[in-house]
Write a protein that binds this ligand. Structure first.
Ligand SMILES: NC(=O)c1ccc[n+]([C@@H]2O[C@H](COP(=O)([O-])OP(=O)(O)OC[C@H]3O[C@@H](n4cnc5c(N)ncnc54)[C@H](O)[C@@H]3O)[C@@H](O)[C@H]2O)c1
Length: 340
């Protein structure tokens, strides 16, 4: 039997997510990162990668190549998809994790420069071919998809929670607040930006934010279209996020114990994606957790006849892992199409 070639991945945006994808790929036997575009200098990108991984000596900088025993990735100091020559590297897919290029025109630039497919690390701002959330709608993926998003870490966590509960209960409506670690696009000190509250120091404030998950939820789970409000509170925590979801259940007989049992069952049926924790954990306990949703059974409470409040944990690493799941999903579809 011939050995399968690794999937060749290009990354634009070597920030936290880009580095996590690179590290996960470096530990896999089926994904190889071959090119990386970022505005950062190669030495700095290499330095940042080494500062956050185990056994940092594995990753060497050889000229403009980031090298380890699995990958040899060309680092390119490039700031626009239209300038990145993906064709030279023979990539199978490009993951855009800049957070900047979420529109169809930018995705088209990636495609026209030789990327057969583009996968966004976050939600798009235009309609694209597909939003895939592993654990929910993988079967909707088609080999013809060119512009794909894997949602965001928050959107995935919310959609997985709703999808799991909707298996057992009818849900009328609800609201989600993510209590979110600060992100690198926030200012450390008060600093004038385009948004009033986000111009305030991330290091010392709870900053209320809008969250766009509600805009796209209907695309992933049509039965929840327009039924869930979403918002965020960015807090002075570097990693680890908490999803606070309040749901109005149709059936007043649903209680906290039934919700917890449903989520334990979801965790058992989707290992590696959903988990359920019985211990009284806090945010730092989820750092390095590769799940997309860690349901907190101690956080479930019922108010009045129909309202259930839940807490769930997640962090960025789970999302990086899901991005690679989507890469593998499309590679499999391509192989099936070639074989047909
Ligand atoms: N981390 C989170 O919790 C989170 C949550 C929601 C959304 N996001 C979005 O996802 C994006 C990626 O997440 P992250 O945590 O990896 O962010 P990050 O800020 O750590 O990484 C972004 C990377 O993209 C690079 N970059 C920026 N502009 C570029 C350009 N024009 N060309 C090439 N490279 C460019 C930056 O140098 C950086 O290395 C964020 O920018 C944010 O918009 C992140």
């Amino acid at each position: 039997m011939t050995q399968q070639q690794p999937i060749k991945v290009g990354i634009m945006g070597f920030g936290q997510t880009g580095r996590q994808i690179f590290e996960l790929a470096s530990r896999s036997d089926d994904v190889e990162v071959v090119a990386i575009a970022d505005i950062g200098k190669p030495e700095i990108l290499h330095y940042l990668l080494r500062s956050e991984v185990g056994r940092p000596e594995r990753h060497r900088l050889e000229g403009n190549f980031l090298v380890n025993d699995r990958c040899r990735a060309r680092l390119m100091e490039i700031d626009r998809p239209a300038e990145m020559p993906w064709d030279i590297f023979g990539v199978d897919i490009v993951i855009d994790s800049t957070g900047k290029y979420r529109d169809r025109d930018s995705m088209t630039d990636h495609l026209e420069n030789g990327a057969p497919r583009v996968l966004l690390r976050t939600l798009p701002i235009d309609h694209i071919d597909r939003i895939i959330i592993p654990g929910i709608n993988e079967t909707s993926a088609s080999a013809g998809d060119r512009m794909v998003s894997a949602g965001s870490a928050t959107t995935s966590a919310l959609a997985l929670l709703l999808h799991s509960l909707a298996d057992s209960f009818s849900i009328e409506c609800g609201s989600m607040t993510t209590i979110h670690a600060f992100t690198s696009d926030q200012a450390l000190q008060d600093y004038a930006g385009s948004d009033f509250r986000r111009s305030r120091s991330a290091a010392k404030n709870i900053i209320p934010n809008s969250h766009e998950a509600s805009l796209w939820l209907g695309n992933i789970l049509p039965e929840f279209d327009g039924k869930i409000l979403t918002s965020a509170l960015n807090v002075p925590v570097q990693e680890g996020c908490l999803l606070d979801v309040n749901l109005v259940m149709t059936d007043s007989a649903v209680d906290a114990a039934a919700v917890n049992d449903a989520m334990r069952a979801a965790a058992a049926s989707k290992p590696g994606i959903i988990g359920a924790v019985e211990d009284p954990i806090v945010s730092s306990d989820v750092i390095g957790n590769p799940l997309s949703l860690l349901f907190d059974t101690q956080g479930t409470i019922k108010a009045g006849n129909n309202t259930i409040k839940t807490l769930s944990w997640y962090e960025n690493l789970g999302h990086a892992a899901r991005l690679l799941d989507v890469v593998r999903l499309y590679s499999k579809l391509d192989r099936q199409q070639e074989a047909a």
